[in-house]
Design a protein around this ligand. Sequence first.
Ligand code: SF4
Ligand code: SF4
Length: 361
Amino acid sequence: MAEAITVKPDTAFIRELQGCGGGDLKKCYQCATCSVVCNLSPDESPFPRKQMVLAQWGMKDQLLADPAIWLCHNCGDCSTMCPRGARPGDVFGALRKAAIERYSFPGFLAKVAGKPAGFLLLLLLPVLVFAAIVLFAPKGELTPDPEFANLFPQNILEPLFFAVSGLVLIAFAIGLARFIKALRKAGATGPIIPNLVPAAVEILAHSRFKKCGAERARYWGHMLTLWGFVGLAFMGTVVGIGTMIGVMHTPLDLMNPWKIFANVCAVVVFVGLVIILFDRLADPVKRAASTYFDWLFLLVLVGVVFTGILSEAMRLMGADPAMFYVYFVHLVLIMMLFLYAPYTKFAHIAYRTVAMAAAKS
Ligand code: SF4
Ligand code: SF4
């Protein structure tokens, strides 16, 4: 006789999912329409129907170690077609947020980043850091024209951002190591690390996202934002290293090839973000389904791009002292974006890459 299995529903986890986007998960009656309509769901291991059962039972460990929750690009096809309005795409979004909270290091930061009440706390550290730089950092020789370096010296900003990047990489490495351990425990036996490169290429090319039928606008918005952001991050690293070793001097001339490249990337990100914002705000269903977790990442990114473009325009116009206030906000938002990347929706890119690598093996 088969051994009886006792399932203990984790009601706290069910409530957690219901509170962060998965409010309709209990409506699911297991018809499997969602798994049939999902273009990303593999035949050998279909989703999201199976995960909807597990979510209804609050099977937290099993769900958070399931690569399938990261193989979904939240296109919404399944939520649109679900005859019960259980919104499986949004349940997957809530599961991804819970996974980031579980694996990230230190975990309390993910809890702070996941709640509106934590926003001021997230803001506090960057504000204090840049206020201290303005008030106490030695300024060196001031230029006759107003330049950001007069208040925010490059010899402090560059090492600061490299130090932040180092901390973020360590936090990501610990979080992903925990995730890989959970994947192994859940039965993933194939190679994961060697598959990271093909998985990253697939993400950059958006080849999986392209398969989602109904979401062309989001596909383009996502792709432009990602590529523009990658370009800006690359350019920031090059200029950062260049200024630290003394072969580059900021601000770069408008006709400098790196400056042109950065401005093109900024426009690409800006267009991508406008598409994403319009797509989210124009549709009342998507608007209602968007959570604080979604908005925090999106609006910080929008803020970084907007204040970046605005502060550069103000500098060119010599708008002193207003340009310094805008640049201060710009620096605070950049610090928020990077420092909290392992705990916000930004972390998707890392966890999704690992999950896709695991799914390939
Ligand atoms: S989520 Fe909707 S479409 Fe999917 S199995 Fe449940 S009821 Fe059916
Ligand atoms: S939201 Fe899209 S990708 Fe995700 S499970 Fe539903 S249909 Fe598949």
